[in-house]
Design a protein around this ligand. Structure first.
Ligand SMILES: NC(=O)c1ccc[n+]([C@@H]2O[C@H](COP(=O)([O-])OP(=O)(O)OC[C@H]3O[C@@H](n4cnc5c(N)ncnc54)[C@H](O)[C@@H]3O)[C@@H](O)[C@H]2O)c1
Length: 366
């Protein structure tokens, strides 16, 4: 198969769909990989690295789309790319169709085979191609939170680890899922006192088993949250209700209960956030302050660490890309139930129920 790796052209996206190691694997399996010139530069991979791994370097994005039977990328195609996508071409990337009717209609029109990273789903309901980005965001949440706790950026002026003779900072983590556990682990590593809350007792039992004693679990309810926000310096929002808006666990009136300079990093911002006052921000302008509480709510946190994020993403996407290239999409999806869940649009037909529901299209498709 001819596999194409275009340069991401979405604003501020420095990740790339495949590393030189991935190219090497595909070439070893007798496939041709066309990489757009400088596609990997933002992630620290250069044309020479790709060439050495066996890639063909093409000058333009048009050439990559025109040559390839399968496109492997990171973000959903943006308007400039729509017409480059060809009938029957496999596009393997994050799509998040339910959040864009325009994109969905464009992909229906192009009659491509759209396989979405975010809906590739294991038997146990976990989402293996989303997990690494949650891991990155969870760990990064503490790095960012620690930075914004500093006084010059309006934080409380607390050093998370404390020093001998001074108590460490306190971190409250809402949600003990992928984001929450990674955040708790990083905070604990810095020596902070950590409280982690969830409504899922299985998760809390797991955290209680694997974390050190200065990570304390507590059941998530309004009473407990109201109690802890008064004394914690950094609050991490990592809750998720699958397919729904995140619940507002911290309402606007609760900000007044917090001490000035408290920092909230609401990682769940991409699902509306679990804090009522959360609105999406960017890496250029990541924070804003309401009632003396610093809000950090960047919607694409992993984008700031493209080297790590590209490697983490491609580690999990490559086995599927390889399967698609080796077998073709039909046989690959027939054989692999997890990958089959990734099929969203096949040659103009939406096959992922939630997309049809999201746009109220049931009638049209009956
Ligand atoms: N901002 C970013 O750049 C970025 C990056 C990656 C992920 N995310 C987002 O972070 C969020 C968390 O992702 P995840 O992978 O950790 O999800 P996850 O499903 O692994 O974990 C979510 C946890 O929230 C818990 N939860 C649900 N309701 C709760 C409540 N009322 N109180 C406490 N906990 C509750 C669930 O039981 C679950 O354990 C998602 O919205 C995801 O999209 C954002």
């Amino acid at each position: 198969m001819i596999v194409g790796i275009p340069k991401e052209i979405k604003n501020n996206e420095s990740r790339v769909g495949m590393t030189p190691a991935g190219v090497f694997e595909l070439v070893k399996n007798n496939h041709t990989v066309c990489v757009q010139s400088n596609a990997g530069e933002g992630s620290g991979f250069f044309n020479s690295d790709y060439k050495q791994a066996g890639a063909v370097i093409l000058d333009t994005i048009d050439q990559v789309y025109a040559m390839s039977e399968m496109i492997v990328k990171v973000k959903e195609p943006i308007a400039e790319e729509y017409d480059l996508i060809q009938e029957g071409q496999i596009v393997f990337t994050y799509f998040h169709f339910a959040s864009s009717e325009t994109l969905t209609k464009a992909m229906i029109k192009q009659k491509a085979i759209c396989i979405a990273y975010e809906t590739v789903e294991d038997k146990d309901g976990s989402l293996p191609l989303l997990t690494p980005m949650s891991e990155v965001a969870g760990r990064m949440a503490i790095q960012q939170g620690a930075k914004y706790l500093e006084k010059p950026v309006k934080g409380r002026g607390v050093l998370l680890g404390g020093v001998p003779g001074v108590a460490p900072g306190k971190v409250l983590v809402l949600g003990a899922g992928v984001v929450g556990i990674q955040a708790a682990k990083m905070a604990a590593g810095l020596g902070a006192h950590v409280t982690i809350m969830d409504i899922n007792m299985k998760r809390l039992r797991y955290v209680n088993d694997v974390m050190p004693p200065h990570v304390v679990t507590e059941f998530s309810n309004e009473f407990n949250i109201r109690k802890h926000i008064k004394t914690h310096d950094l609050i991490i929002g990592g809750v998720l209700l699958k397919g729904a808006k995140a619940p507002n666990l911290i309402t606007k009136d609760m900000l007044k209960e917090m001490r000035p300079g408290t920092v909230i990093v609401d990682v769940a911002v991409d699902q509306g956030g679990c804090v009522e006052t959360t609105r999406p921000t960017t890496h250029e302008d990541p924070i804003y302050i309401i009632d003396d509480v610093v809000h950090y709510s960047v919607a694409n946190m992993p984008g700031a660490v493209p080297y790590t994020s590209t490697m983490a993403l491609t580690n999990v996407t490559l086995p599927y890309a390889l399967k698609l290239a080796n077998l073709g999409w039909k046989a690959a999806c027939d054989k692999d139930e997890t990958l089959r869940k990734g099929l969203n649009i096949i040659e103009g037909k939406v096959v992922y129920e939630e997309i049809i529901e999201a746009f109220g299209w049931e009638e049209v498709f009956k």
